[in-house]
Write a protein that binds this ligand. Structure first.
Ligand code: DX5
Ligand code: ZN
Length: 223
């Protein structure tokens, strides 16, 4: 199991009226990545932001921008998002029939290439593209909204994903997203995840800046 813990707060839960302050707070709290949830109102019921906001975030921080594309036909946005400053692009397997080509294209643009899988998607869907995979994102909620309840089955799915990556000798990041908090993060870490998206747990905390370190400590203490 990787010993490196990454905390990736999601700006979906940020206050956009004070985005600069919120990003500075995340940096001060030791966030490793900034998670950016792009939703198109088609793949998921919600609508969020596009290249313009990624460009703004890029000016506000030098942290990696981990862009989670919850959109149909994600390849339409690769060039714009890479140019806007995305560090990694993660696409959903459910709307990516040409994963091999799409991942290669993301890497050509200089970004790390990730695949996200919904709670009902078989983990093995990425089994034949592991050589091109920089990140596997196991969703622990049905994507579309922040603040949802963690789906317990995700823990077993993470364990299976970890076995698959290890068996292939893949160094890919194993990320989990949705309902991560002080309790759920421990189970996911023990199952083999190394990178944790947290929206509500950070932004609704009494002390959001401190919460990042508290989430990380849950993992470190149970290593
Ligand atoms: C859900 C998004 C998540 C969301 C997580 O569709 O992909 O990244 O922001 O939010 P919390 O941590 O509040 O579940
Ligand atoms: Zn996300």
């Amino acid at each position: 199991m990787s010993k490196h813990v990454r905390i990736a707060p999601s700006v979906l839960s940020a206050d956009f009226a004070q985005l600069r302050d919120d990003i500075a707070m995340l940096e001060a709290g030791g966030a490793d990545w900034i998670h950016v949830d792009v939703m198109d109102g088609r793949f998921v019921p919600n609508l969020t932001f596009g290249a313009k906001v990624i460009e703004t975030l890029r000016r506000l921080t030098s942290l990696p921008l981990d862009v989670h594309l919850m959109v149909v036909e994600p390849e339409r946005y690769f060039d714009d998002f890479a140019a806007a400053g995305a560090s990694g692009l993660t696409i959903h397997s459910e709307v990516a029939p040409h994963l091999d080509r799409q991942l290669a294209r993301i890497q050509e643009l200089g970004c790390t290439a990730g695949v996200a899988i919904n709670p009902s998607t078989p983990v093995g869907v990425v089994g034949d593209v592991l050589d091109k995979l920089d990140l596997l994102l196991v969703m622990s909620v049905n994507p579309g909204f922040g603040g949802q309840t963690f789906i317990g089955r995700a823990v077993d799915r993470i364990a299976r994903a970890r076995m698959m990556l290890n068996a292939a000798g893949s160094p890919a990041t194993l990320q989990v997203d949705g309902g991560i908090n002080r309790d759920t993060i421990v189970k996911c870490w023990q199952a083999g995840a190394d990178t944790f998206v947290a929206g509500n747990a950070v932004f609704a905390a009494k002390d959001p800046q401190a919460e990042i370190g508290i989430l990380r400590a849950q993992c470190v203490h149970t290593a």
